[in-house]
Design a protein around this ligand. Structure first.
Ligand code: ADP
Ligand code: MG
Length: 623
C-alpha cells in the first residue's frame, strides 16, 4: 500500500503544482467533479496514514521533526475525520502507534532534562588540587610501572579477555585495559605475599581482583566498583605494597622520607583495619627475607607522636582519615612530595560526608603526577563524573551494578511501630546466632539501645562519633575478637568494616540514603558467607527512601513486604528509561533525578550556605 500511495502522492504533488501554476497564470479555477474530489481526499488520507506510520517507526526522529507541519498535522488525530477507506482496527493501530511515539518523545524529554540536571551538578569545581587547577596542569598519560603480565596472558586476544570478563560479569570501561588474571601467582606476587594470602585462607582472586589488580599494577587510574565484601581492599593494598617494595629496593627510604602511597578512609576504624592488613603482608614479606615495608596510621583520636615516630624512620605507606591528615600536612609533620599513589576507599561516601573540600586540599599537597584509585560498592554517576576530573585516562571496573546490594544477604523489611522497636529488637536478636550488628541513625538511639541490651543481659558494645577513640577502639576490638556478641553503632561502622562472620545486621531505623543501607547490610554476607539483614520501618520513614528500598529488594530478588508493594505505584512508571535505572544523582532505584530528595536537600543547603566554607564539616567532624 505504501508504494502505491507513494506514487499516488507524487502524482498528486505534480498535479497540485500544475494547478497552482495555472492559478498563477490566469486565476482559472476548474470545476472538479465530486468523484474526483473524493479521490483526492482519499489520497490525502493515504498520505496521512503513511506519515503516521513513518513517525511511529522512526520514533526518535519524530520528536526532531516537531517543527515540520506535515508530520505534526499527521500526528494529530483530530485531523483525521472519518475514514471510509480504513477499517476501525487499522485506525486503532495507527492511533496506538501515535500514542507510543508520543510516549517515546516524553521519555526523551525526561532523559534530556535529567542530563541537564546532571550536567549542572557536574559543573561544580572539579575534584583537583587547587595548585593543579591554578597552574592548569593536566596529565595526559598514565604512570609507567615496571610490571608486565606473564607473556602467555599478555598474548591473549581481546576476544578471549572479553569472554573471561563476560563470564565473571566484569564490566570495564577505558582504553588499553590490562588483561584479567585469574591467579595471584600469575600476577607475579613474591612468595611473601602469597604466604600472606594463604595465611588468610585466600586462594583465588575474586572478580574485582582478577581485573583490578592487573589494572593497578600496570599503573592505571581506576574507579573500582564491586559489591560489599567482594575483596576490594586487596586491589589497592597488594599493588601499593609491591610498589613500595620496588622503591625500597631502588633506594631505601630513610629518615622522614615518604610516604610513597597514601590511602584515605572515611572512618578511623576503617583506616585502622586497612593499616592492619598492610602490616599483615609486610610481616610476611619480611619473614620471606624481603625489606620491611613501613605503614603509618594517621587518624584522629590517636596521639600524633605514634605516626611521627614511623615517619621519622622513613615511611612507605600512610593510611589516614582526612581530618588528621590535613592537620599533619598543615603542620608540616609529613609531606606528600614523593607520594605517587593515592587511594580513596569508600570514595563516594567520603564525598557524601562532606570531605570533598578536604580531599581537594589534600590533592594540592601532591608534587607531581600520581596514580589515583577510587573504590566503593556504591558510586552514583554524578560522583563518577565528578571524580573523573581527578583521574588520568581512568579505567572503570564494575562488578554488578554500582549501588546494588550483595546477593549474599537475605534482606527482610518489617513494619515496627516506633514505640515497639526496642522491645521487638530483643526478639529480633533471636533470629540468628551472634555476632549481630545493630545500626541506628542517632547517637542517642545507639546509647539507648546499648543500655537496654546491657540491662537485658546481652553482651553488647557500642560505638559512635561522640565516644572517645579509646572507647571506640576497645569496643571494636572486643567485638572483632568475639568477646562481645552485639555491636550497636551509627553509620561510622557502616562503611568498609570487615568483622568476621557477622550473622545478622539489624537496622533499627532506615537510613536516609539507600546507599548507606547497602553499606550497612554489607557488613554481613562478606566474602563467600551468607548473612541476614532486618530493617525496621514505620510511618516515620521517608516515602522516597522506601521506594528506593522496594526497588533494591526487587533487584536483589528478595521478598517485598505487602506494605511496600502497595506503596505509591503511580510514581513508578518512569523508573526504567532506556538503559538507565533510577536516579543518576544518588543511585536510588525508586525515583529519577528529577525528584531526588537528596539533590534537593543539597541544593537548598548550598543556597543557604553561599559564602560559607565547607557546609557539611560538622557531620564530617564526627568521624
Ligand atoms: P570490600 O572492601 O569489597 O567490602 P574486603 O576487601 O573487606 O571487601 O574483603 C572482604 C573479606 O573477603 C575479607 O575478610 C577478606 O579477607 C576476604 N577476601 C578478600 N579477597 C578474597 C579472596 N580472593 N578469596 C576469599 N576471601 C577473600
Ligand atoms: Mg572495603
Amino acid at each position: 500500500m505504501s508504494q502505491d500511495s507513494a506514487s499516488q502522492k507524487k502524482r498528486y504533488y505534480q498535479e497540485e503544482r500544475k494547478e497552482s501554476e495555472n492559478e498563477d497564470d490566469d486565476k482559472y479555477q476548474p470545476y472538479v467533479p465530486v468523484k474526483e474530489r473524493k479521490k483526492q481526499k482519499l489520497m490525502k488520507l493515504g498520505r496521512i496514514v503513511q506519515l503516521t506510520a513513518e513517525a511511529a517507526s522512526q520514533g526518535k526522529s519524530s520528536s526532531e521533526n516537531e517543527g515540520d507541519e506535515d508530520s505534526q498535522s499527521a500526528a494529530d488525530p483530530e485531523n483525521w475525520g472519518r475514514k471510509y477507506n480504513i477499517s476501525l482496527l487499522d485506525q486503532h493501530t495507527e492511533l496506538k502507534k501515535i500514542a507510543e511515539a508520543k510516549k517515546v518523545s516524553a521519555v526523551e524529554k525526561q532523559l534530556k532534562e535529567e542530563e541537564k540536571i546532571l550536567e549542572s551538578v557536574a559543573q561544580q569545581k572539579a575534584l583537583m588540587g587547587v595548585a593543579e587547577l591554578a597552574k592548569g596542569i593536566q596529565y595526559e598519560d598514565p604512570i609507567k610501572t615496571s610490571w608486565r603480565p606473564p607473556r602467555a596472558i599478555a598474548a591473549m586476544s581481546e576476544e578471549r579477555r572479553n569472554a573471561i570478563r563476560k563470564h565473571l560479569r566484569i564490566l570495564v570501561e577505558g582504553d588499553d585495559v590490562a588483561p584479567p588474571i585469574a591467579s595471584f601467582r600469575d600476577m607475579k606476587f613474591p612468595k611473601g605475599i602469597l604466604n600472606g594470602l594463604a595465611a588468610r585462607g585466600i586462594k583465588r582472586p575474586t572478580p574485582i581482583q582478577i581485573q583490578g589488580i592487573p589494572t593497578v599494577l600496570s599503573g592505571r587510574d581506576l574507579i573500582g566498583i564491586a559489591f560489599t565484601g567482594s575483596g576490594k581492599t586487596l586491589v589497592f593494598v597488594l599493588p601499593i605494597v609491591m610498589f613500595a617494595l620496588e622503591q625500597e629496593y631502588r633506594l631505601p627510604f630513610v629518615r622522614n622520607e615518604g610516604p610513597y602511597g597514601l590511602i584515605i578512609c572515611p572512618s578511623r576504624e576503617l583506616a585502622k583495619q586497612t593499616h592492619d592488613i598492610i602490616m599483615h603482608y609486610s610481616r610476611h614479606l619480611k619473614e620471606s627475607g624481603m625489606p620491611e615495608i613501613r605503614s603509618c596510621l594517621a587518624i584522629g583520636g590517636l596521639p600524633v607522636s605514634e605516626a611521627v615516630e614511623v615517619i621519622s624512620r622513613g615511611v612507605h605507606i600512610m593510611v589516614a582519615t582526612p581530618g588528621r591528615l590535613m592537620d599533619m600536612l598543615d603542620k608540616k609533620m609529613v609531606s606528600l612530595d614523593v607520594c605517587r599513589y593515592l587511594c580513596m576507599d569508600e570514595a563516594d561516601r567520603m564525598i557524601d560526608m562532606g570531605f570533598e573540600e578536604d580531599v581537594r586540599t589534600i590533592f594540592s599537597f601532591f608534587k607531581g603526577q600520581r596514580q589515583t584509585l577510587l573504590f566503593s560498592a556504591t558510586m552514583p554517576k554524578k560522583i563518577q563524573n565528578f571524580a573523573r576530573s581527578a583521574l588520568v585516562k581512568p579505567v572503570t571496573i564494575n562488578v554488578g551494578r554500582a549501588g546494588a546490594a550483595s546477593m549474599n544477604v537475605t534482606q527482610e523489611v518489617e513494619y515496627v511501630k516506633q514505640e515497639a522497636k526496642v522491645v521487638y529488637l530483643l526478639e529480633c536478636l533471636q533470629k540468628t546466632a551472634p555476632p549481630v550488628l545493630i545500626f541506628a541513625e542517632k547517637k542517642q538511639d545507639v546509647d539507648c539501645i546499648h543500655e537496654y541490651l546491657l540491662l537485658k543481659g546481652v553482651e553488647a558494645v557500642a560505638i559512635h562519633g561522640g565516644k572517645d577513640q579509646e572507647e571506640r577502639s576497645r569496643a571494636v576490638e572486643a567485638y572483632r575478637d568475639g568477646k562481645k556478641d552485639v555491636l550497636v553503632a551509627t553509620d561510622v561502622a557502616s562503611k568498609g568494616l570487615d568483622f568476621p562472620n557477622v550473622q545478622h545486621v539489624i537496622n533499627y531505623d532506615m537510613p536516609d540514603d539507600v546507599e548507606n543501607y547497602v553499606h550497612r547490610i554489607g557488613r554481613t554476607g562478606r566474602s563467600n558467607t551468607k548473612g541476614l539483614a532486618t530493617t525496621f520501618v514505620n510511618k516515620t520513614t521517608e516515602q522516597s527512601v522506601l521506594l528506593d528500598l522496594k526497588h533494591l529488594l526487587i533487584e536483589a530478588k528478595q521478598k517485598v513486604p505487602e506494605f511496600l508493594v502497595e506503596l505509591c505505584p503511580e510514581a513508578e512508571q518512569y523508573l526504567d528509561l532506556g538503559d538507565s535505572h533510577g536516579c543518576s544523582y544518588c543511585g536510588g532505584l525508586g525515583h529519577r533525578i528529577t525528584d531526588c530528595p537528596k539533590l534537593e536537600a543539597v541544593q537548598s543547603k548550598q543556597a543557604s550556605n553561599i559564602g560559607r566554607r565547607d557546609y557539611l564539616s560538622n557531620t564530617a567532624a564526627d568521624y
